[in-house]
Write a protein that binds this ligand. Structure first.
Ligand code: BES
Ligand code: MN
Ligand code: ZN
Length: 492
């Protein structure tokens, strides 16, 4: 959609399908002008108590004489001077939901005195742009009749049309595009979204953006590189594994890239250590880490950030079969370290460890892996916080801050050496499981053994990547966090 900035000084003259006014329920600012133009209609309506201005309350007025806008939508901001960032999201989302429901083609958002705790005024611009664009996502690909799409085509945001504001709006929109790419890949079923499908979708980015190059390794090439851990996961599947590298060059070649590594298990049955049947369909989402890598690269390329980024996707399907890996099997990873596979359902770390070793060849400035890695992380943190691990404390703090800024929050977890012995094996350098205690931590400990040579963080998104129940669907997290990080690394 087209999003532009205008100061919007005289609300009654704004021509739009729907004028959205953020208000605390008092007659002030834009509402005073609209009230005068409409012969006191707003005053009457406030006095009747039809709109109290509570946070995220909405009042939709389909027609109001005296103003040029076809419709008016009031969105409550509560009575405190500033709102929390969480409330800001709530009220923006409730307003946008009404806009979508009413099928408005264009809209104009008047923020008035709306201020968000601890954020610059311009934060609202980037955030509104992102939420408007995200609201357009519909999953329709496997429906015989497509759902009606969003009617929203144009939005005007109240703000000065400065270079810096325009850039923030652009970043918000590009982040949303990336989020929507991630959601789509996550929501597609496992019989469509296979490792090869992920490779083909990644290749599309190279066609779309000049600064993106994509290369794909097949199983033969991975064999030559010694990726025995990754290949042990695809062994039982008829779908061949793929290792996809998406290289975005937004800065001088000499600048070391930031590397993102995504777990792309396109379906996780557990393998021979078969999962129970309940909710197993949700294991189509086990490639959401990979999807977030593709989505972030999409966003970064769209925003033309001046930074070098490499996305690596380790794509494989985890199936039981006569050729599948068995508990007790021992494989050699690309790093040379051997692994006793005691549980074939702990496969994410197996695809990731070889991809992380491969990442080293880029001489990275930093490496972040993103994975729906452990059920234990869901137990520990639920769906709100992403589990955050790093081999450098300042890196964890940096990423936590990026998550806060982007409202895509992560919480630091311990990567202490004390947990490492849980991975001891009698027959190999390590086992792929660490027993019942601290499952998310021992999974991170496993990965840390392959990331000794660079600044590394691990995001366990098992709880955050998708929602279950009536709202089942991919969330597009943590594209917001990752984009914010890369935005902060980009040179202007
Ligand atoms: N993909 C799962 C983790 C998962 C489970 C994510 C549920 C989201 C919801 C992962 O491959 C897995 O199966 N992990 C095992 C590890 C265990 C065998 C050590 C788990 O968490 O049970
Ligand atoms: Mn598994
Ligand atoms: Zn898995």
């Amino acid at each position: 959609m087209q999003i532009s900035l205008k100061p919007c000084k005289d609300p009654k003259t704004i021509a739009t399908d729907c004028l959205v006014v953020f208000s605390n329920g008092q007659l002030s600012g834009a509402l005073t002008a609209i009230n005068e133009a409409s012969d006191g209609a707003i005053d009457a309506l406030l006095k009747r108590g039809d709109f109290k201005g509570k946070v995220a309350e909405t009042l939709y007025i389909p027609y109001l004489p005296g103003i040029r806008a076809k419709r008016l939508l009031l969105v409550g901001t509560g009575d405190s001077e500033t709102v929390s960032d969480a409330d800001a999201d709530k009220l923006l989302q409730s307003g946008i939901a009404v806009l979508n429901k009413q099928q408005s083609k264009d809209c104009c958002l008047l923020f008035g005195d709306l201020r968000v705790d601890g954020r610059k005024a311009s934060w609202l611009l980037q955030r509104s742009a992102q939420l408007l664009e995200v609201s357009r996502y519909r999953y329709s690909e496997t429906l015989s009749k497509a759902k009606p799409g969003s009617a929203l085509r144009r939005a005007v945001l109240q703000g000065s049309n400065s270079d810096s504001n325009r850039k923030l709006v652009e970043y918000g929109q590009q982040t949303a595009e990336g989020i929507n790419v991630t959601r789509r890949l996550g929501d597609l079923p496992g019989n469509i979204c296979t490792p090869d499908f992920l490779a083909k979708e990644s290749r599309k980015l190279a066609r779309q953006f000049e600064k993106v190059k994509v290369s794909v390794l097949d199983e033969k090439k991975m064999q030559q590189l010694g990726m025995g851990a990754l290949l042990s996961v695809s062994a039982g599947s008829d779908q061949p594994a793929r290792l996809i590298a998406i290289e975005y060059q937004g800065a001088a070649k000499s600048q070391r890239p930031h590397v993102l590594v995504g777990k792309g298990v396109t379906f996780d049955t557990g393998g021979i250590s078969l999962k129970p049947g309940a909710k197993m369909d949700e294991m189509k989402y086990d490639m959401c880490g990979a999807a977030s890598v593709v989505g972030t690269l999409r966003a970064v390329a769209g925003a033309e950030l001046k930074v070098n980024v490499v996305g690596i996707v380790a794509a494989a399907e985890n199936m039981p079969s006569g050729r599948a890996t068995k508990p007790g099997d021992i494989v050699t990873s690309m790093s040379g370290q051997t692994i006793e596979i005691l549980n074939t359902d702990a496969e994410g770390r197996l695809v990731l460890c070889d991809a992380l070793t491969y990442a080293g060849k880029y001489k990275p400035a930093s490496v972040i892996d993103i994975a729906t890695l452990t059920g234990a992380c869901v137990v520990a943190l639920g769906k709100h916080a992403i589990g955050l691990y790093s081999n450098q404390d300042d890196f964890a703090a940096e990423l936590q801050n990026c998550g806060n800024e982007a409202r895509d929050r992560a919480w630091p977890m311990p990567l202490w050496d004390d947990y490492q012995p849980q991975l001891d094996s009698n027959f190999a350098d390590m086992a792929n499981i660490g027993g019942p205690e601290a499952g998310s931590v021992t999974a991170a400990c496993f990965l840390s053994r392959f990331c000794k040579d660079y600044r590394w963080a691990h995001l366990d998104i098992a709880g955050a990547a998708w929602l279950s129940g009536a709202n089942k669907g991919a969330t597009g997290r943590p594209v917001g966090l990752l984009f914010n990080y890369l935005q902060s690394k980009a040179k202007d």
